[in-house]
Write a protein that binds this ligand. Structure first.
Ligand SMILES: [Zn+2]
Length: 214
């Protein structure tokens, strides 16, 4: 446990600094969370959701995995999305990638990583779908960065294709899906996709409508 001493001491300092500015902060937060945003981002330690978006605890529901993927058979990610839209009733789902993503880079190379290869396969599929554009980019880092953007675009579409998300729109609910990318070297977020705000923004072959719950 000794090696966590620094982390625990830092936590005490953090909690005290928050209480010094706002004495009721934690008691108020303990009562409920009412975030307006669901953030789906990369697990990379350099991309902490709340911090880089200038939010405080309680303002953002967060799901992170390698290379910010939304896979339609991933029970973990789907559970987070369902809870966010059905219980918390978030207004925005934000898929955020970042330049220089190691997971995306791995999809441009043939190195074997073990179990993670199955996950990275999702990004290889994005590469394969857009290879005509990507293979024209000679500089490898630039190609990886473009794939980071295209991956965000695909994952935003994957969110929009979830029937429960479409159900929100079908019932007149307010929900926008955004795609952003973060620059680790400048600390800035920028848009990769236009917001998706309803069924009119997604291809008809992905429409799944009806009143079955779940
Ligand atoms: Zn990453």
């Amino acid at each position: 446990m000794q090696d966590l001493d620094d982390l625990l001491a830092s936590n005490v300092n953090w909690a005290e600094s928050i209480k010094a500015e706002d004495p009721d902060f934690f008691t108020r937060l303990a009562e409920q969370q009412t975030p307006e945003y669901l953030w789906i981002g990369c697990s990379d330690s350099r991309v902490p959701a709340t911090q880089i978006s200038g939010m405080v605890p309680g303002e953002m529901f967060v799901h992170r995995n390698i290379a910010n993927c939304v896979v339609h058979t991933d029970l973990n990610c789907l559970s987070v999305i369902f809870y966010a839209i059905q219980v918390l009733k978030v207004k925005h789902i934000i898929v955020t990638g970042h330049y220089g993503c190691g997971g995306v880079r791995a999809a441009t190379e043939s190195t074997r990583y073990g179990l993670a290869d199955h996950w990275i396969r999702n990004i290889r599929d994005v590469y394969n779908r857009r290879r005509d554009e990507l293979n024209k980019i000679e500089d490898h880092d630039e190609r990886v960065n473009r794939l980071c953007e295209l991956n965000v675009e695909q994952q935003v579409a994957n969110v929009a294709h979830i029937p429960a998300v479409q159900h929100v729109w079908q019932n007149g609910g307010e929900l926008s899906i955004h795609g952003l990318i973060y620059g680790i070297s400048d600390g800035l977020l920028k848009r990769v996709t236009q917001p998706i705000t309803g069924l009119q923004d997604i291809a008809e072959e992905y429409h799944v409508l009806g009143s079955v719950s779940g």
